[in-house]
Ligand binder design. Structure first.
Ligand code: ADP
Ligand code: MG
Length: 729
């Protein structure tokens, strides 16, 4: 007799004696219904995972449609929350309409007129409709079939924005729903949910389905939050919150329901992350002696001094490496802030302490760059550096693998090739992951697992707000390089429409004649590397004609390794003046002489990505210029790109990008380690996130293994989540 449903039964029983015969009969049958459902729920261990097709009113055909919406089980259906609501608690009459308002009306179809729009000839269906107060028009474009769905005389609900044209009200492309009288109790006279649908499902069906499931089962939903927390933050009981989220009695209560559900989502996520953090802290790792000769020699040979920000971060890293616990640190620093040097120093420390290091980066071209940079700095110190990428010959690869396995090679730089099964280390003590946002959690973890609790440093140029960092990297400590090396000049950025391409080219020509070098970045084609390469080749051929007097190079993902190395080398030493490139150069590439960049189809890129690209220039002493060529027809694109032109501040740009695209998109989906957040809107719910994090620490402090009675539901959830998602380090 635990849970919300038993309270409900007790309530019914306590009223029983004061009722008359008829009412008692009703109460008994209600209790009977509840007990029956309880039997169903509690006699099936896996009740909530019951496949959707076995639910009353579904069946195989509808199940298929629901599957398309990712609704596979009863649980999925319960948690398939509305995308919007329509307030039908009081339906308006036509005579009361105010122009511009969004309303739902119940009207009768009086007749149709068909025509076409004057210019494009789009079919127009114009219906005269009325209620008992007046008449108006509903207009549908390109949807003549509606005439069949709503024959003259039909009574129908229409929703949309009303406009006043001359003397009559009109509604363009209204949503509509036909209701029989007996259906009205559910679909009218209340705030009704609007769900995301798929072809073949209607709002009506979906609403009914969810309504039925909720009425029957919602009281059996287990309340997962400890009573203490619910009281402290004034949070609803879970069963009520689920009901209110679907069928709100008021928008106020719907808000509280959302808050409750978001809180739970964030608390659970933070619990997992905090637990993970504690797990890491309980491990022991190699203790590095941080008094280092190698680092000192390395710094002596550099042509620059570390910035104070780099110094500070280095201290933080050293303290991790000598702590005896595995370092788990995220290093943030804007493009060009000098993260690589710090990583190199950590590697040297590992070597000096007798451990191997692996440095993983997302592209081959970046791996080669790091390799070519570090090799001449490391070799004089007697340290060999290995490169492990997919395009090595079999022989080269085998020899590296052998050396890593034997422990003869201490430093390896590579791509995803590093996480392949056959790569084995003798004693991996340090893992560094560059441009970590390009990797998934699993990939990070797979490399980490190749050592025995090695130290981990992940680096990113995507500066994100601290609170947000907590959601995604909640188990990591964070270091920030917040200043650029001295002498950097901000890049000037200019925006051009596609019709101004010639002008851009002549500006580029002028700059190159004055001795500079340029990147010309091709349009982004996400679907396939092959298509992207083809389009890059085309642009390359075209540009050879536009700039017949310059040396032009081409680089994309499918250029063979040796040629790629030669081209990058020629670009670095100035033999090539213009490098036509795909987004392979997006991350990490560092050629200080290059100071011009042209980005084609700039509107297709996300802001953070553009910022990364632009980070390729502005690395040397000469002032740099970035030209964006974009289709500016769309307001949204114009606005976005204007923000980009107006600032070089990566933090500001990231925030803007986040605001525009939302966290999921921004981080490139779940695959990249963003936990499942269905209801949370991180731009809105940051405050809840902070509280949830605090509570997560509290809960685990008092009950590290979640053994207390009140925490059992949480524990169950975490175990289940771990099983499903293999949440690993
Ligand atoms: P990112 O943080 O984007 O990875 P890099 O590590 O590629 O940046 O560094 C960008 C450039 O700045 C490199 O050419 C590097 O040699 C140079 N650099 C790094 N630190 C300093 C410094 N303290 N002073 C001057 N130049 C520096
Ligand atoms: Mg870098």
């Amino acid at each position: 007799w635990k849970g919300f449903w038993s309270t409900k039964v007790l309530e019914l029983i306590s009223n029983y004696s004061s009722k008359n015969f008829e009412e008692r009969k009703k109460i008994i049958s209600e209790i009977y219904g509840i007990i029956n459902s309880a039997l169903e729920v509690y006699s099936n261990e896996d009740f909530w995972n019951k496949p959707i097709q076995y639910i009353k009113g579904v069946g195989p055909k509808r199940a298929k449609l629901l599957n398309k919406l990712d609704i596979k089980s009863l649980r999925d259906l319960l948690y398939y929350f509305p995308r919007d609501y329509d307030d039908r608690s009081k339906l308006k009459k036509i005579a009361q309409l105010i122009p511009g308002e969004k309303v739902t009306l119940k009207v009768k179809i009086l007749g149709y007129e068909e025509s076409r729009t004057p210019y494009k000839g789009i079919p127009v269906l114009r219906a005269k409709v009325s209620d008992d107060t007046s008449y108006m028009y509903a207009i549908w474009y390109n949807q003549r079939f509606i005439k069949q769905n709503l024959p003259v005389g039909t009574e129908v609900l229409i929703s949309g924005e009303v406009k006043k044209i001359l003397r009559n009200f009109e509604m363009e492309n209204p949503e509509y729903e036909i209701l029989e009288e007996k259906e009205e109790t559910l679909h009218v006279g209340r705030i009704v949910p609007i769900y995301s649908l798929t072809q073949g499902l209607s709002q009506k069906i979906m609403r009914q389905l969810i309504y039925d499931v909720i009425t029957q089962y919602s009281i059996f939903i287990e309340d997962t939050l400890p009573e203490k927390i619910k009281q402290k933050y004034n949070l609803m009981d879970k069963p009520i919150s689920v009901v209110e989220k679907h069928f709100p009695t008021s928008f106020l209560l719907m808000g509280s329901a959302t808050k409750r559900l978001v809180f739970e989502e964030l608390l659970f996520m933070q619990l997992t992350l905090v637990q993970k953090k504690k797990e890491i802290e309980s491990l022991s790792a190699p203790i590095f002696n941080t008094e280092s000769q190698l680092v000192k020699k390395f710094l002596d040979k550099l042509s620059f001094k570390l910035t104070s920000a780099q110094e500070k971060v280095w201290e933080e890293i050293k303290s991790d490496l000598s702590s005896g616990k595995p370092m788990h640190r995220l290093l943030q620093g804007d493009v060009g802030s000098g993260k690589t040097v710090v990583a190199a120093m950590a590697i040297l420390l590992a070597v000096e302490n007798g451990y191997q290091s692996a440095f993983m980066v997302p592209t081959e071209i970046l791996a080669e760059q790091h390799y070519n940079r570090l090799k001449p700095l490391f070799e004089p110190l007697g340290i060999r550096v290995g490169l492990l990428i997919g395009s090595l010959s079999k022989k080269e690869k085998l020899s590296i693998l052998e050396e890593l396995n034997q422990g003869d090679l201490f430093v390896v730089i590579g791509t995803h090739a590093l996480i392949q099964e056959e790569v084995k280390f003798k004693n991996l003590g340090l893992v560094i992951i560059d441009e970590q946002h390009k990797f998934g959690v699993i990939q990070r973890s797979n490399l980490w697992k190749k050592g025995k609790n090695p130290h981990l440093l992940v680096m990113t140029a995507t500066p994100i707000p601290r609170t947000l960092a907590l959601t995604i990297y909640g188990e990591l400590d964070i270091s920030i390089i917040d200043t650029l090396p001295p002498g950097r000049k901000p890049v000037s950025t200019y925006l051009f429409s596609t019709s101004e391409r010639k002008k851009v080219y002549s500006l580029v020509e002028k700059e190159i004649l004055s001795g500079k070098q340029a990147y010309i970045v091709c349009p982004l084609i996400e679907e396939s590397e092959k298509l992207e390469a083809e389009s890059a080749s085309k642009l390359y051929e075209k540009l050879k004609k536009v700039f017949p007097n310059f040396n032009i190079g081409l680089i994309h993902g499918l250029i063979p390794k040796d040629e790629r190395t030669r081209i990058m080398e020629d670009f670095r030493n100035g033999k090539i003046q213009i490098l036509v490139a795909t987004t392979v150069i997006e991350v990490g590439i560092d050629v200080p002489n290059a100071s011009i960049m042209v980005v084609e189809d700039a509107h297709r890129f996300g802001l953070a990505q553009l910022h990364q690209l632009r980070g390729r220039i502005g690395r040397g002493e000469t002032p740099s210029v970035c030209f964006l060529i974009a289709n500016l027809n769309r307001e949204e694109a114009r606005e976005r790109l204007k923000v980009f032109v107006s600032t070089n501040d990566g933090f500001l740009i990231a925030n803007k990008d986040l605001e525009i695209r939302g966290p999921g998109e921004f981080f490139g989906t779940r695959q990249h380690g963003l936990p499942d957040l269905h209801l949370t809107d991180l731009t809105r719910d940051l405050r809840i996130l902070e509280i949830a994090r605090k509570e997560a620490f509290e809960i685990l402090k008092e009950d590290a293994n979640l053994e207390k009675e009140e925490n059992i539901p949480i524990k169950r959830w975490i175990i289940k989540e771990k099983k499903e998602k293999t949440l690993v380090l």
